[in-house]
Design a protein around this ligand. Structure first.
Ligand code: NAD
Length: 260
């Protein structure tokens, strides 16, 4: 299927690795000119070079911290009018010690998973509305559908973004600007391997043992491939997806047990 977005401009945040990189790659494969953002210039440029080599698309970089005002300003100076915005983030830290979390801890989580995407949306939405085309995809988490133990910061902050977007997505669609959320389950990114390492250390087992246990307990018997998220993102960014807005699409291999 031709997704109808060749020549469009796509801004993908937090994109030197993992889901962000996968979304940029899938968009670039469709002929989108992508601007990718991460904090560290070296790995970011490596990702850009690899995506450009694999797709032939134009790939630019902005090395910036997206949770800072200055970082977002630098991103928006380089890319003020994207047609496609993919809001990804590093994600809040794990932990079950909510009695220890002070205001700064909560604000940091909300900056990562709620306020930064909202500020990017605020900056680009009116331009999309004027041009009568826009696709916004937020990478959130399966924690929005079912809270994950040990991830209270994610459970809370991401649900705030989801509630806000649910309203706005019904206003912008009239102008052919859609806003949707992708909710990944466990997928084989660096973040997952870091988490498995921490879980293994805590329980005195090897990473391989924790990995085998988690895969055995999963309906799909495996972790997700970041490319599966990337391609779902490209579809939600397509011309064909213009009647899909305000949705929360699980990409979790059936892990969420609900009928709906
Ligand atoms: P990852 O660690 O593999 O990649 C994160 C990317 O974000 C990297 O490119 C990193 O450089 C960039 N980044 C982090 N903080 C940044 C900042 N302040 N400014 C700019 N760039 C920044 O992570 P991932 O697994 O791809 O996860 C992406 C998102 O999806 C996270 O919010 C994570 O919590 C969420 N998520 C992941 C999984 C999973 O299984 N991997 C499941 C559910 C939700």
């Amino acid at each position: 299927m031709d997704l109808g977005i060749a020549g469009r401009t796509g801004l993908v945040t937090a994109a030197s690795r993992g889901f962000g990189r996968a979304c940029a790659l899938s968009l670039a494969r469709e002929g989108v000119n992508v601007i990718i953002v991460a904090r560290t210039p070296g790995p970011l440029q490596d990702a850009a070079d690899e995506i450009a080599a694999a797709t032939g698309a134009k790939v630019s970089t902005v090395a910036a911290d997206i949770v800072s005002d200055a970082g977002r300003a630098a991103v928006l100076a380089a890319c003020p009018d994207p047609d496609i915005l993919v809001n990804n983030s590093g994600g809040p830290p794990h932990g079950d010690d909510f009695r220890e979390w002070d205001r700064d801890t909560w604000i940091a989580a909300m900056d990562d998973s709620m306020l930064t995407p909202i500020f990017f949306i605020k900056a680009v939405l009116d331009g999309m509305i004027e041009r009568r085309f826009g696709r916004i995809v937020n990478i959130t988490s399966n924690s929005v559908k079912a809270p994950i133990p040990n991830m209270g910061l994610s459970n809370g902050a991401r649900t705030g973004l989801t509630g806000f977007v649910a309203g706005l997505a019904r206003e912008s669609v009239r102008h052919n600007v859609t806003i949707n959320n992708l909710l990944p389950g466990r997928s084989a990114t660096d973040r997952l391997w870091r988490n498995l390492g921490a879980a293994a250390k805590k329980s005195g087992r090897t990473i391989e043992e924790v990995e085998a246990e988690q895969k055995a307990a999963h309906p799909a018997g495996r972790f997700g491939d970041p490319a599966e998220m990337g391609d779902a993102c490209a579809f939600l960014s397509s011309v064909q997806a213009g009647y899909i807005t305000g949705q929360n699409l699980l990409v979790d291999g059936g892990k969420f047990p609900g009928t709906f």
